[in-house]
Design a protein around this ligand. Structure first.
Ligand SMILES: C[S@@+](CC[C@H](N)C(=O)[O-])C[C@H]1O[C@@H](n2cnc3c(N)ncnc32)[C@H](O)[C@@H]1O
Length: 208
């Protein structure tokens, strides 16, 4: 093993150990404090990687081919530090990103100065009840952390003229039935080496 590979392995091990500690018990229980704690280290989910850049490009491709070549307003739920926000700017005119982690939002504002960001849960946003406010609402790799997925899906269905949810394929047995129950929902999948993700999209209530 070269010194470069050894350093990458050690970094990966440290990051995984940290996330195991920071996110223990977080799944599906709205543990917003623990999600913010995870961002005590930079890029805790390793979004600055070839694998995640591939996922961002594939997600944009789904948007272009299945939803619209370009949308006006896009709401990105769970934007983290803004890695995917940068990519999503290629498919929209105006991007709003929200995340429950204030630490992540601070970094997203620095990374993507051309977008608007807010810290908090979607239900706390002043526009949460505005029907059809956004042309597209995305929720990528975030649905696992919601305690009430049905309520969350109903909220984005009302807010967006189009909705897109992506998740890690092994999580399908937990989240897919609810996503595919949205009216007119369709799905596709994409991979990077051994890792597979699913994308589900549908027209929001105001556009049906
Ligand atoms: C795995 S990261 C995904 C980041 C980005 N969406 C992507 O796909 O690259 C999950 C993000 O969702 C955020 N999150 C979790 N629950 C949330 C909620 N209820 N509302 C908004 N953001 C949330 C976390 O703080 C974290 O930044």
């Amino acid at each position: 093993m070269t010194p470069f590979h050894l350093r990458s392995r050690v970094k990966q091990l440290v990051r995984r150990t940290w996330m195991k500690y920071a996110l223990r018990g977080v799944r599906q229980n709205d543990a917003h404090d623990r999600l913010d704690l995870a961002y005590s280290v930079p890029d805790p989910w390793h979004m600055d990687s070839a694998q995640e850049r591939h996922r961002f490009a594939e997600t944009n491709q789904v948007i272009r081919e299945r939803i619209a070549p370009r949308v006006g307003t896009l709401l990105e739920i769970g934007c983290g530090e803004g890695h995917q926000s940068e990519a999503l700017l290629d498919v929209c005119e105006a991007l709003t990103g929200i995340d429950v982690s204030p630490r992540a939002i601070e970094r997203a504002r620095r990374r993507v100065p051309g977008a608007t960001f807010a810290a908090g849960d979607i239900h706390a946003m002043p526009w949460a009840d505005e029907r059809g406010r956004f042309d597209l609402v995305t929720a990528c790799e975030v649905i696992y952390y919601m305690s009430d997925r049905a309520k969350f899906l109903a909220t984005i269905d009302a807010l967006g003229k189009h909705c897109l949810v992506t998740y890690f394929a092994p999580a399908a047995r937990k989240v897919e039935a609810e996503c595919m129950a949205m009216p007119g929902a369709q799905k596709t999948s994409f991979r990077y080496r051994d890792t597979e993700w699913v994308a589900v999209w549908w027209k929001g209530a105001s556009a049906r």
